[in-house]
Design a protein around this ligand. Structure first.
Ligand SMILES: Nc1ncnc2c1ncn2[C@@H]1O[C@H](COP(=O)(O)OP(=O)(O)OP(=O)(O)O)[C@@H](O)[C@H]1O
Length: 252
């Protein structure tokens, strides 16, 4: 037995939908504080892999462990797992009839059993952390897409997860709103949050990620520090990937 104890271990994970092999023997680990960006062409399996980590999707074979959670074991406590794994989606699924504050307090009260006052205090703190301390009483309809996404991040943070998963958190936003969300994510990264982020934002990856992982047709094609993968002109394979990712995301 080695002493190496990663927070997240993904080991030989495979998944099919019908005849389609969506994940093919994927293995990687993340330590506490790591920020791993996952990039790859549309349909390469990025969302499926994220969903396997919080058990929204079940693997066909392989194993995933997160801290003490044996994610892929049949009998695990899925609610307990999801308390430790926050997820921020591309579509900002806030309750439209609740204020920003109430969107964040809801989970604290119902899932973590906080009192009304404690939930309010904790939610306010998280909304301030994402720069929305002045929008506590705004309804989603009164917020921009970037602000709504930041409420979604505050909501996930309030649960104090061990790992935060992001599935293209900025790809539904107008280009001018992307920066305010990636800035919040970069702050979290700098503060030591462990994050697995599907994104096409190379700027965020360069600035904030410890590691980049390129998925191609369900397999990890490249993995390494973003600066090394992105800037190395010798690495033709990486250049080709970045081209394909850019084409898909519409980035110049
Ligand atoms: N529930 C499902 N049932 C059947 N096929 C699915 C399901 N979910 C995903 N797929 C298929 O699995 C493949 C991988 O999908 P996935 O969403 O993981 O890719 P992705 O890399 O996240 O793509 P994108 O960048 O477009 O979001 C696709 O061909 C998709 O159609």
């Amino acid at each position: 037995m080695s002493d190496y104890d990663p927070l997240l271990t993904v080991e030989s994970v495979s998944k099919r939908y019908g005849d389609e092999r969506v994940l093919n023997d994927v293995s990687f680990t993340m330590d506490r504080g790591d920020v791993t960006v996952m990039m790859g062409p549309s349909g390469s399996g990025k969302s499926t892999l994220l969903r396997c980590v919080n058990r929204l999707t079940e693997v066909d074979s392989g194993e995933i462990r997160l801290g003490d959670h044996r994610v892929t074991d049949p009998g695990i406590d899925v609610d307990a797992l999801r308390r430790d794994v926050g997820m921020v989606f591309q579509d900002i699924n806030l309750f439209t009839h609740l204020t920003a504050l109430k969107n964040v307090t809801l989970g604290l009260r119902e899932v973590r059993g906080f009192s009304t006052d404690d939930a309010r205090e904790a939610a306010t703190e998280q909304l301030e952390r994402v720069g929305l301390g002045d929008q506590l009483d705004s309804y989603p309809g009164e917020l921009s897409g970037g602000q709504k996404q930041r409420v979604g991040i505050a909501r996930a943070l309030a649960m104090e997860p061990e790992l935060l998963l992001f599935d293209e958190p900025t790809s539904a936003l107008d280009p001018e709103l992307v920066g305010e969300v990636t800035a919040v994510m970069a702050d979290l990264a700098a503060g030591g949050m462990t994050m697995l982020v599907v994104t096409h934002e190379k700027g965020f990856a360069r600035e904030a990620a410890t590691d980049a992982l390129f998925l191609d047709a369900g397999s990890i094609a490249e993995r390494g520090p973003p600066a090394q993968l992105f800037e190395n002109p010798e690495n033709e394979r990486t250049a080709e990937f970045l081209d394909r990712v850019s084409t898909v995301s519409g980035e110049p």
